[in-house]
Design a protein around this ligand. Sequence first.
Ligand code: DX5
Ligand code: ZN
Length: 222
Amino acid sequence: MTVRIAPSILSADFARLGDEIAMCVEGGADWIHIDVMDGCFVPNLTYGAKVIETVRRLTTLPLDVHLMVVEPEKYFDSFAKAGASVITIHQEAAPHLHRQIACIRELGCLAGVTINPSTPVASLADVAGDVNMILIMSVNPGFGGQRFIPRTLEKIRQARTLLQESGNHAALVEVDGGIARDTITACWRAGADTFVAGNAIFAASDPRGEIAALRARCTEQV
Ligand code: DX5
Ligand code: ZN
């Protein structure tokens, strides 16, 4: 499996966004993770299409847009036009998950579904064949810099098994929250291939080097 490292700009310095994105590119990041929060699904507010469009102009890397919002379908069209490559929605906020996944794919984006720490992987059984990615949240969404919840490892294993049983061998398994040198290896071994990291990268003394260090924690120890 290929390792993908997706720095989350939630922890970036927005006064220097251009430099921060350039740092990610130079450091070898695979995707840029953009956390959209509405102050309703999660207790925090961030950004929308304008920032996606800005980041789109700063890099050609795929933009991994994580929607922590109610009624996510309201934003599919504008976010796709703004340059989103992957649009991931929460199962808890999407009662018509099957249709919503289809809408994202029709717009030419990859479709991801994600679940909070308290939501079982089995809740995704009926859409596992339709998604491009399952994102397992390893913290309760809303803020960067939280501690990794260990139970996540079992959920990563379950997600990988679910995709295999659905015949969906191409789908990715992403993990988001508390990913750092001390947590990434176990996630990789459990079956994750795509890793969001905010604080671990942007608060590092050498952020560029940290991207490589996180990747090495996967590849060197398997
Ligand atoms: C949390 C967000 C994450 C966050 C991760 O709600 O979905 O993407 O930026 O930040 P760290 O890596 O600092 O836990
Ligand atoms: Zn996220």
